[in-house]
Design a protein around this ligand. Structure first.
Ligand SMILES: Cc1cc2nc3c(=O)[nH]c(=O)nc-3n(C[C@H](O)[C@H](O)[C@H](O)COP(=O)(O)O)c2cc1C
Length: 163
């Protein structure tokens, strides 16, 4: 049995909902078991024990959120050279952009020599005002379905060892 590790951080719920939907989509695969872990609880051993990764986080101030970045900072060197070649995918929750956070995470994953299984999924919530940005986020049915499909695709690929 292979393992897909889904690591997430979220401030107002969008990236968490994306990660949970991906987990749902990945559940039930015969050859791959998904595991959902918040970034502040993720340890180097969790990365070493997985065969593929999904990283889900918001973009804040044109970068990954602090908690997600702290996870990468904390775990980067302990696993460097020990997870090379494993597949990963990114899910970014953003207001209107998300490209900087995606680029930053992709660069970290490139440093780890992970293989990008598919292009980053960036989901824009279109929050503009302070009230909208700070409000809890509820994702639409279509967005959640796309996240489920991404999770299912990752689990199928990791289970089959196609990357
Ligand atoms: C402090 C802060 C900074 C933000 N900066 C950006 C940004 O640089 N680019 C962007 O597209 N959205 C930005 N946003 C909007 C969030 O990315 C958006 O609301 C997203 O849904 C947050 O995901 P979450 O609900 O998982 O926390 C920012 C939000 C906050 C609270």
């Amino acid at each position: 049995m292979k393992h897909l590790l889904i690591i997430w951080h979220s401030r107002t719920g969008a990236a968490e909902a994306m990660a949970r939907a991906a987990f749902e989509g990945a559940s039930g695969d015969e050859a791959c078991t998904p595991r959902l872990l918040r970034a502040n609880a993720a340890q180097p051993g969790d990365l070493l024990g997985a065969d593929g990764y999904l990283f889900a986080a918001p973009e804040n101030l044109a970068s990954l959120t602090g908690e997600m970045k702290e996870f990468f900072d904390r775990c980067y060197y302990p696993v460097l050279g020990r997870i090379e070649g494993r597949p990963y995918a990114l899910m970014i929750a953003a207001g209107s952009d998300g490209t900087n956070a995606a680029r930053q995470a992709a660069r970290i994953c490139k440093g780890w020599r992970l293989k990008e299984a598919q292009p980053p999924m960036i989901l824009c919530t279109h929050a503009q005002t302070t009230e909208e940005i700070l409000a809890p986020k509820v994702l639409g049915v279509d967005a959640l379905e796309k996240c489920r499909e991404l999770g299912a695709g990752m689990a199928a690929g990791v289970g089959a060892g196609i990357w």
